[in-house]
Design a protein around this ligand. Sequence first.
Ligand SMILES: [Zn+2]
Length: 672
Amino acid sequence: MPGYNGNRSYNNGNNRSYGGSSKWKETNEFTNPYNFVALGKKCIRKPYEEYKKGNLITGWIECSLTTKTPLFIPNTTNENAFMCAKKGHKSYDFFSYDDIKGQDRTKEFSDPVIPASSIRGAMRAMHEAVTDSCMSTADDEKILYKRTPTPKLPGMLKKDDQGWYIHPCERVMLKYKPCTSDPEGILVKIGDYHEGQEVYIRKSKNHYDNKPYMPYTVAEIYPKTDSSDNKDNLLKIQNNTSKSNDNPIIVGHVHIGEEIYNKHHESVFVLEENLKDNDRIRVKEEDVESLRKTLKLYNDENINLKLKEERKQNKGRKWYKEYEVKEGALVYYDKDRICMTPSCISKEVFSNQLKQILKKSGEDNYKSGEDKNKNNGYNPCSSKEVCPSCALFGMIADDGKENTAISSRLRFTDAQAELKSNKNEYYDKITILEELASPKVSATEFYMEEPSIRPDLWNYDYAIKWKGKIPERVKDYKPRIRGRKFYWHSKKVLTADEPTERNSTVRPVRAGVTFTFKVYFDRINEEELKKLVWTLTLGSNENTNCHKMGKGKPIGLGSVKIKVDKVIERKVEIKNNTLIRTENEITADLKNAVDLNSTNIKEILKITDFSKAPNNVRYPMGDNGKGGKNGVGPHQWFIANKSFSNPPMKPKIYKTLPKILDSKTTLNDYEM
Ligand SMILES: [Zn+2]
């Protein structure tokens, strides 16, 4: 492994490429656009009243903000601001107070404005990290779903007087596209078969691709016809074909899965013979319900983007329509957990939602196990006992009750740009930005902490180790997220050459433009003021630590330096029966504002240091060597990362995301 110095240690020098063929090579280095600032030991909460004790100050902070890279925040009143001819492609001008609906903006310019909400959002996220507060932006409404690469066992869902059970099956591969690794397989037209259809088959003599861990393939297939008797027909076929008895014709059921790029085979499920009563795998009603939910996810075009595409193209694959969760349904299951899915590589509806994980996050909670009464997890605050960020920025309790809501003691203003004689001086040229990848929570090797027991795979629900072909579940596994997501600064902006439906054209504010804004604060204590100023400046006006703001953070946009120019305290006093208003400049002493030796602060100072911005910030890339649009891309990196050190049927995570404080924070691409 030349240059690899990552987080999993192996005691031999070989690169653990499966089969010893060094199939995947590590080539170019990259810095993943995001990384995570660690959570502390526990989220410390105090009754809200305690934050309002002692000397309380009211006033405002005058700030300046200078762009260090192009910055982009869209004016959404016009989604075709630069009149691009490409259909479905969007183009935006920078945010301003002007309604630019219907205008061609190519030669028109407005005064750029950074809306308060953009500044406030970035400051809250940073304040939460600085003060080790709760993760208020964690969204538990979304069902966490992912593609699990864990292979599942084939079976048929059945019912007897004791309820639901799974009848284990053998999967035989059915070729529907030419495939050189399957010379024995018979090529069928998949449109001729329907989901669950009963057929007679003869298996191939050899395993697929001659690999013992792969299934056999279908060498002969005969549809069962309704008119003839099952057994007679079977015998007739048996006699007509002069094959030996050790490879007889058998009965099976066709299972048509989802269309996957480069897929050549569907399946025939053959029921295990002479199944004893206690070999029936019992499943609960809720397991069947969970399967229905999974199917619902498949059928949701907003989640299953491929389905949307397929329906548009109308390829005639009927699986989504035909598949029903009922007796006789063909399923893949996981023996240990009884998690059933309709497809072998499949989305699972995870029972662990993010909030549950956050509740148990933090070192203390992790070690001490679950204590539901302890209110020190990193889930969003929900009572009058609040973390420092909720106390300052406010919160809306998720029970929706008004008496548990806390109003913000901060108010941000929009940031206005310094005066320029020509408005076009504010802006960079009109640019097509590289497509932004959607966050992949399924990339557990990036988002989840690697458990100390070093399993082969881990996710939001379980961790497994391979024992032969059997995935063995690791006992007492507690999923932990890596922490709070932040983006590295980058030395370059990643642009695209051609407009497409998935990228966009923008006109960003260029680097070197200064804006000013104010933060009004109302009755906050000195400690809170210090931490707020520290958060804004990231330690000092003079250092090179910058925030990231606006759109395109993963592709090199949005680096800004905020300086605190003045802190003004406003006092209203009654002296000699007269109301006196005073405004005095005060200084916030940043010494001891934060603990510079704590991990979170060290990580923040490293990832925000603009002077040390890496020049290789980009998404991971993998290339499966098979060409085509889908053969290259970030998803191929994650596929390769799980099949690099083990055969694909027994996926194992090879590399995890380095930590911010590691000396080497880069990873390598995979290439055939
Ligand atoms: Zn909170």
